[in-house]
Design a protein around this ligand. Structure first.
Ligand code: UDX
Length: 453
């Protein structure tokens, strides 16, 4: 196919950092392959289009005022978006389709899996929908089994957290992505809708690679309801970074501070863009870091400590004690940090982007999952890939101190480092001509070309 004649694709990201990044990276990949790109985006977290001169942006109303959204819990924002965007999305897509001509034929829409209503809109407008699931395959399998897992393991009030989930080894009951907020049932419904509507899609894209999740990809394809072609074409960010999509200002002092540190000596600590905790947990984290005696670069995002502006919840004694070996920023250039020679470990919440970025730089992890896919990703880091330590007691200073020392100082950490370096090499190779992600991308491009005929 002559690349210049490729069709237009309409992409619709979920407007959160961990979802915008991979969708924009995917847009860049597809654009570089000759497709024209239109992006439908909510007003909420609308990116600066001047950063993407090659894409056409369409803003849709989401019924959220910025002031209101900033005060709401994230699950509430998702629920409102899932209700408020139904009509604006359909109208916007219809308008894009009505303005197509032979030079701008629209092939398909690519939407985040969580946008469940987009399948009905695509069906109505007779355009194929391809789904981007921005997280791991292993967590998607857990999400698709969630109704069954809830019934089998979570109905008993005193369910045994450490018990094995027999259907999905090595997942434990405590790794099931359960939702414990007052509007939990709404979110369980949203997850069920996500899985059900994904099954109707014409294709399913994952930001992963075959060598990392081969058994899980095979397992998904064995499930008869997932009959659509599946494309593991990651890691996206190794083809194109998403730097301009950062919703927060990256503090460059992270890099100059690392420049003055010994190779492999620093633990990088960051819990992504959403996780939050109370003051007691912040103290456990701080004292665990202090007691480990290791240098650290810590991203304390405003909002990480609930109810605080920034660092006021951290004890002065901790700040004093770690002045010479700790650096705290509000937001870091994470991919650059992870590739810095001074970084020897990453204490993460197990968000999929962070997990994949760490693997791609050969950095072993400590995982402290908070919710959702993070629970499953962290179990895989610890038990399957054996490239890190999952904190099993939550945030508790003694376990944190020991985990940091296991990872950064002890032989066990060195073994994890060797294993993650092997995975890094596989991640590099899968993108080269003939590699698994290269071939999967080729197959995806053919499917997309067919939609544009
Ligand atoms: C959310 C969910 O919480 C996560 O579980 C899911 O897998 C994706 O969506 P988030 O919590 O923000 O994402 O975490 P993660 O997936 O790790 O994405 C965070 C992104 O922000 C990464 O691409 C990371 O590089 C970037 N980041 C993070 C920075 O650029 N600087 C930072 O200081 C911290």
């Amino acid at each position: 196919m002559d690349q210049k004649n490729r069709c237009r694709l309409v992409l619709f990201p979920l407007p959160f950092q961990g979802h915008i990044n991979p969708m924009i990276q995917l847009a860049k990949i597809l654009h570089s392959e000759g497709f024209s790109i239109s992006i439908i985006h909510t007003r909420y977290n609308f990116p600066d289009p001047s950063n993407y001169p090659h894409f056409t942006f369409h803003l849709i109303s989401d019924g959220l005022s910025e002031a209101e959204a900033s005060k709401l819990a994230i699950l509430r924002v998702i629920k409102l978006l899932l209700t408020n965007c139904v009509e604006p999305f359909e109208q916007c897509l219809a308008q894009i389709l009505s303005s197509e001509d032979s030079d701008h034929r629209v092939g398909c829409v690519v939407t985040d899996a969580i946008w469940d209503f987009t399948q009905a809109a695509a069906d109505k407008l007779k355009i194929p929908r391809i789904v981007l699931r921005t997280s791991s395959v292993c967590s998607f399998i857990a999400f698709s089994a969630l109704p069954l897992l809830r019934q089998r393991y979570l109905t008993d009030k005193d369910y045994r957290m450490e018990a094995a989930v027999l259907e999905l080894p090595p997942i434990k009951v405590k790794d099931i992505p359960r939702i414990e907020t007052h509007n939990g049932e709404d979110m369980y419904r949203a997850i069920e809708n996500m899985v059900r509507e994904t099954k109707k899609a014409s294709g399913l894209i994952f930001n992963t690679f075959q060598e990392l999740e081969e058994p899980e990809l095979a397992k998904l394809q064995e499930q008869e309801q997932f009959l659509m072609p599946t494309f593991a074409i990651g890691p996206f960010h190794k083809r194109f970074s998403a730097a301009p999509t950062s919703l927060f200002t990256q503090d460059r002092s992270s890099i100059s501070w690392l420049d003055a540190r010994a190779p492999g000596s620093v633990l990088y600590v960051s819990f992504g863009s959403i996780a939050a905790m109370d003051q007691q947990k912040m103290h456990e984290m701080a004292w665990g870091l202090a007691d480990s005696m290791q240098p650290f670069l810590w991203v304390v995002r405003p909002g990480l400590a609930r109810g605080s502006e920034w660092l006021e919840m951290l004890p002065n004694e901790f700040l004093e004690a770690t002045r010479d070996r700790g650096h705290i920023v509000k937001w870091a250039p994470q991919q650059e940090v992870l590739s810095h020679p001074a970084v020897g470990g990453f204490w993460t919440h197990g968000g999929w982007n962070s997990t994949l970025e760490s693997i791609c730089e050969g950095v072993p992890m400590i995982c402290a999952p908070f919710f959702g896919d993070q629970m499953v990703n962290s179990r895989y880091v610890n038990d399957v890939w054996k490239i890190g330590v999952r904190l099993e007691k939550g945030l508790e200073r003694g376990e944190i101190r020991d985990a940091v020392r296991r990872l950064m100082v002890e032989r066990e950490g060195e073994e994890m480092r060797q294993r993650v370096k092997c995975l890094k090499e596989k991640a590099d190779l899968c993108l080269n001509a003939g590699g698994s992600s290269y071939q999967a991308l080729d197959a995806l491009l053919k499917v997309m070309d067919d939609t544009g005929k």
